[in-house]
Design a protein around this ligand. Structure first.
Ligand SMILES: *Cc1c(COP(=O)(O)O)cnc(C)c1O
Length: 466
């Protein structure tokens, strides 16, 4: 059919807008946006006709359907819930730590209502948003004082800028880390106004290296936890306590960027040794910084804890205002910290529960999903197997935890296609692909998410579908 004739088969915007199928949208959304989406559909159809891609005349029903699809897609939240079947507990792309229900509830309470964010309820006078967190942080870490900012990257910048602006900061070459997303210690240092003074080599740094580098212009000795990589083999690093001793002797403060910052020794649960926040402070480090949404299991935040005089300097730094936390962070972090005082905090804080969960318990969830899948007639090979999960979030590199996984090899579509269809759902389901199989690791899938996983897999793999 000639293009001109086909073009005439494109319905008018008003005709589409009158369709009963569009009335719900028009009742809820502003007319301009609905009209705009309809116009977009018509324009796409026009282009398809002009390019010769579209050869058949258009039917009104088809165009209405396309318009509905367009509007639905537009209002599908781009940022939405994901069922994490990757087994990576602190998955940065999936928002790192998931909050405990108590923290979510606290968030809800103060975000839909007013709260005493910067009001001292005892005196009725102006208060500080940080005061809600300081007492808990002091009890948990043993620090004299604390301050919380947007994330650990900004915590490091603030600390360096307050303690060592215009002065040299001595760091081991083995600790010049890049965390990802352009967080590199040398760049951060430059931004903070401090001058980087590298000592030692990639694999070996000794106390004498620091000692020789100290001058009148030294502002800080900085240690950085090598969170996301390991240097193995012929290596030597300086003990925190030794660096503290040197700092005292020379009158130079010592700061440690812990990164993941665990409040709990996780070695009894099969994880490698990593110094806890309390331990590092107890060794005499003046200031430490760590993330709120890594091993702590709270909201995105950068926690600075240490000596009062340094925290006081940071509070006076104008930068603090620029990187201050919002009321939702205060609420969620406060609730998370409070959970640490409860006897069963290990199961109440989801990140800790997932990291310490025994494989037998994960196996139960995997079996539950597996049995349900077997009961449906899926056109796929499905295997229940032992697997390995990662911790993620740049914590414990090279460490894997025993887990249980479901492996799926679809028969009527490619594994990539299945993975893509599952990703586009709301909530999305994310697994990992290995050897052309879709792997769902049950370590990071919650009990209440199992039925939904089943529902999605049945939707795309039901035996009679294709
Ligand atoms: C993760 C990490 C950071 C960055 O923390 P954010 O909270 O993501 O800003 C900084 N330093 C170290 C050592 C880290 O592991």
């Amino acid at each position: 059919m000639p293009a001109e004739k086909l073009l005439r088969s494109i319905p008018k915007v008003d005709e589409i807008l009158k369709a009963p199928e569009l009335q719900d949208y028009l009742g809820r959304f502003r007319r301009e946006i609905v009209t705009k989406k309809v116009r977009e559909v018509l324009e796409e159809l026009r282009l398809a006709i002009v390019s010769g891609e579209r050869q058949k005349p258009l039917e009104l029903r088809e165009v209405i359907f396309l318009a509905q699809e367009k509007i639905d897609k537009f209002f599908l939240p781009p940022y939405r819930r994901v069922i994490n079947g990757t087994g990576v507990v602190l998955h940065t792309n999936l928002g790192r730590a998931l909050l405990a229900p108590e923290a979510v509830e606290a968030l809800q309470k103060v975000s839909g209502s007013y709260g005493n964010l910067e009001l001292d309820l005892k005196t009725g006078k102006r208060g500080s948003r940080y005061d809600h967190l300081v007492e808990y942080l002091r009890e948990l870490t043993g620090a004299e004082d604390a301050l919380v900012v947007n994330n650990n990257a900004s915590a490091v910048i603030l600390a360096l800028s307050s303690m060592a602006s215009g002065k040299e900061v001595i760091v081991s070459r083995g600790q010049l880390v890049e965390i990802g997303g352009a967080f590199r210690i040398p760049d951060i240092m430059e931004r903070s106004g401090a001058i980087l003074k590298e000592v030692g080599t990639t694999n070996k740094t000794r106390l004498t290296d620091y000692e020789k580098a100290i001058s009148d212009n030294t502002g800080l000795l900085l240690g950085v936890h090598t969170s996301n990589y390991k240097i193995i083999g012929f290596t030597e690093t300086v003990e925190i306590a030794d660096l503290v001793r040197l700092g005292r002797e020379k009158g130079v403060p010592v700061m440690w960027d812990l990164g993941s910052g665990s409040l709990l020794d996780l070695t009894p649960y099969g994880l490698p040794y990593e110094p806890t926040v309390q331990e590092v402070l107890a060794k005499g480090v003046d200031v430490i910084t760590f993330s709120g949404d890594k091993l702590l299991g709270g909201p995105q935040a950068g926690i600075i804890a240490g000596k009062k005089e340094f925290i006081a300097r940071m509070k006076k730094n104008p930068l603090t205002r620029a990187i201050r936390i919002d009321k939702m962070t205060v609420a969620a972090l406060q609730a998370t910290l409070m959970l640490y005082f409860e006897k069963d905090f290990l199961t109440k804080i989801p990140v800790l529960r997932m990291l310490t969960e025994k494989p037998e318990i994960i196996k139960k969830r995997a079996q539950k999903l597996y049995r349900k899948l077997l009961r449906t007639n899926l056109s796929a090979e499905i295997i229940l197997e032992k697997g390995k999960s990662e911790i993620g979030g740049g914590a414990f590199p090279g460490t894997y935890l025993s887990s249980w996984v479901i492996k799926i090899k679809p028969k009527n579509l490619s594994t990539e296609k299945l993975a893509s269809l599952l990703r586009l759902e709301n909530p999305a389901l994310l697994g990992r692909i290995e050897e052309e199989q879709l792997i769902i690791d049950l370590r990071t899938v919650l009990e209440e998410e199992i039925n939904y996983c089943l529902e999605l897999l049945v939707k795309y793999l039901a035996g009679d579908r294709l």
